[in-house]
Design a protein around this ligand. Structure first.
Ligand code: ZN
Length: 367
């Protein structure tokens, strides 16, 4: 029946068509429209990254106003790998304004003394190491810092060869820019600069068999609405094909393009984990309905839960007992169950071991 998972419904699968440094193109099958679209929106707006949030300008004699520069700095993608666990939200941190667990300080100090036009780019941003005093005070939280890669917080282009630095402003002789930035963790619902995705191309039913789209055309619909490359994946409708009003979309084509702060693999895996966390919270709230004490307690506790996306890979939540398959293998064109399965030891040990479907009685444990 449409709108619900049947027990015999095949498990959702993912087939990766193209995997590059900053993008992944894949086909999601046997999923529902609502799931696919939620997944897309979660990847765009709900994943934590690091971005410059405060700029203290000491000297600015460039042609750009302070606000203009601060806006440009905010949109420089900073390496945010494992940000979900390796950094605190400053609003949840125990410090008064900022500390090394919730902030990364970057500085920039450039002056032009030559007669040639000089470019100030993201290459001029350097990370200011935390003071020794702060380091000693925070020793009990060192495990959080250990989850960060060595290049955490650096502009994306600085750690990957072949990527041009981001131009911030051009200066001439006698002009100078000196500033200090504080980068913080956030999500794109708050500000688009925290989105790990530049764009997500999304399509289903390329032949419009389901008639979810009404094509406006003058003389020839097929000529005026050329098919996308995804149309090769599905059979075109026969001329005399009867419209199936109960058909549902089951195959979705997604092309996730990242800005570099998170890799495409992490964006997809974290997107699933984040959805699982949200749905888990909902299931938990519904199953404890009528127990006001429990709900109040859980709601009060929620912001302080460890940032593990609310699920423990060792105690599978939405899934069957099958070990998860890793869809991120060396063979980018392979077809294998992606969201199916689950279990504690699957995949690459990452959050890709999530499971969707299989079990008709989801259980979520906040423990
Ligand atoms: Zn802090």
């Amino acid at each position: 029946m449409a709108g619900s998972f049947e027990t015999r419904r095949p498990l959702p699968t993912v087939r990766i068509r193209k995997l590059q440094r900053d993008r992944v193109d894949f086909v999601l099958e046997n999923a529902e429209l609502s799931f696919a679209n939620s997944f897309r929106r979660t990847m765009i707006a709900d994943l934590a990254t690091v971005a410059i949030d405060m700029v203290e300008i000491e000297t600015n004699t460039t042609v750009l106003a302070d606000e203009f520069l601060a806006h440009r700095l905010g949109q420089v993608p900073l390496i945010s790998a494992n940000c979900e666990e390796a950094m605190n939200y400053s609003r949840e941190c125990s410090c008064s304004s900022s500390c090394r667990f919730c902030s990364i300080v970057l500085s920039l100090d450039v002056a032009c003394t030559s007669d040639r036009t000089m470019h100030i780019t993201s290459n001029d941003l350097t990370i200011v190491p935390p003071s020794t005093e702060e380091e000693m005070n925070g020793s009990e939280d060192d495990k959080v810092l250990k989850k960060r890669p060595s290049n955490f917080g650096l502009p994306y282009n600085r750690t990957s060869e072949g990527i041009e630095p981001i131009l911030l402003v051009k200066i001439r002789k006698g002009q100078e820019l000196k500033l200090r930035c504080i980068a913080k963790k956030g999500i794109a619902k708050e500000h688009a600069k925290w989105s790990p995705c530049a764009a997500i191309a999304y399509e289903y039913d390329p032949h419009n068999k389901l008639r979810h789209t009404t094509h406006w055309f003058e003389t020839d619909e097929r000529a005026e609405w050329p098919l996308s490359h995804n149309a090769k994946e599905e059979l075109p409708p026969a001329d005399d094909e009867v419209f199936n009003y109960s058909a549902q979309p089951e195959r979705f084509y997604l092309d996730v393009e990242t800005v570099g702060s998170l890799g495409p693999k992490e964006v997809v895996n974290r997107g699933l984990a984040e959805m699982q966390k949200k749905l888990g919270s909902l299931v938990h709230a519904l199953t404890t309905a009528g127990q006001p004490d429990t709900i109040e307690h859980d709601m009060a506790m929620a912001p302080t839960l460890p940032q593990t996306n609310g699920f423990n890979p060792a105690t599978t939540t939405y899934g069957g007992p099958v070990a998860a398959a890793n869809v991120w293998g060396d063979d980018a064109a392979m077809s294998s169950p992606g969201f199916g399965g689950g279990g504690g030891s699957g995949g690459d040990g990452n959050l890709g071991a999530n499971s969707w479907g299989g079990s008709s009685s989801p259980v979520w444990s906040p423990k």
